[in-house]
Design a protein around this ligand. Sequence first.
Ligand code: PLP
Length: 452
Amino acid sequence: MSTKKLLEDASVRAIAYLESLKNRPVRPDPDAVGRLGALDLPAPENPTAAADVLAQLDQFVSPATMAMAGPRFFGFVIGGSLPVTVAANWLATAWDQNTGYASATPGVARLEEIARRWLLELLDLPRESAVGFVTGATVANFTALAAARNAVLKRCGWAVEADGLFGAPPIQVVVGEECHPTLLKSLGMLGLGRSRLTRVPVDSQGRMRADKLPPLTAPSILCVQAGNVNSGAFDPFEPLCAAARDAGAWVHADGAFGLWARASSGLSHLTRGLERCDSWATDAHKWLNVPYDSGIAFVRDEQALQSAMAITAEYLPGQGARRNPADFTPELSRRARGVEVYAALMSLGREGLAALIERNCAQARRFAQGLEKAGFEVLNEVVLNQVVVRFGDPERTRQVIEAIQREGTCWAGVTVWQGHTGMRISVSSWATTDDDVERSLEAMIRCAREYS
Ligand SMILES: Cc1ncc(COP(=O)(O)O)c(C=O)c1O
């Protein structure tokens, strides 16, 4: 088969797959999952025709996928992919640009430069901030916190890049009791430890209590959160940032999905003070609805990020007139992630982005209202796109969640939050219509009543 025919075949199959998501069960087909063993052959000795490889992938894997790209997947804050971003992704894959250096890959490097400026404007973050296009919020946290670690130690006269952490002044690292586990993972990878942290108690919505913040002593890093993974709640940034500024601490914000609230004039009040932080991490593959994988690290002090990430080598292009993407990310070689970010922002515009965020939040409120009206207890204040609901005691709640997942109209997962077992509903897909919410509500309530 020619390259042209092969790629046309792939697009026909991809389109059919996306079309099927409107009505197929959201969960993977259990029979298809059972058939995956057919692919588990000894390492192939001989070639297989490209068309057959593709047909096999479609036959065996497409039905074994979770319909995360579809309109009724509400598990984990996932988001779908705007059609324009899928199309841009296909084009960028064909370009196959190794996006490290502006002189070698000027087109995609320039797109990332533009996307950087647009993101800072649309999220209203300090315009001088440096931006790294990374794989996700975990690595965005890691990247920004590497800059934080190096900068706070540099202020004490310690050069981490050159001398490492052995013998360095200990850094005081402060996090909220309900910070995301990937933040702890990032701190661990940076040599700051997952458990030597100071954990600040939280309130009933998982917000860090500013009145419980310990005295901060340099060198110190305070990690705040925009969007609690269960409740969607935001830490009180104004008092936290004020305390940190007085103590000379670096403030880093994990805003994997909550940072996008700043794109909406109706919701940005939730993030008041967030602009005072020194660094921020977010995901584009969540609420911006671009394909995996795509996260973004923002660091106010460009030099701090660049000195933590940049490398030099004789064979690599040096600093030129234009921004080199590799100066701001852990990776040297990587795909051109900024292309889909650019495509999403260009196609949505400020208005479309705000409308997407606001629509999903209204849909979350509708879920909460419908479930409460049906007699079930919503555990959180629904301030953003997150709803946590329980259907009785933990065992019954788990049974109902399993029934909802099996029934297939929609998919949401289990959580244990502040001692309560509940179902987490995260609404973050461009594809979710109000009708999808009604269909899902009806299925949830029907499954829950079958167990009462
Ligand atoms: C608040 C928060 N931080 C970090 C992450 C990690 O993001 P990723 O899985 O894209 O690395 C998540 C993911 O759900 C999150 O909700």
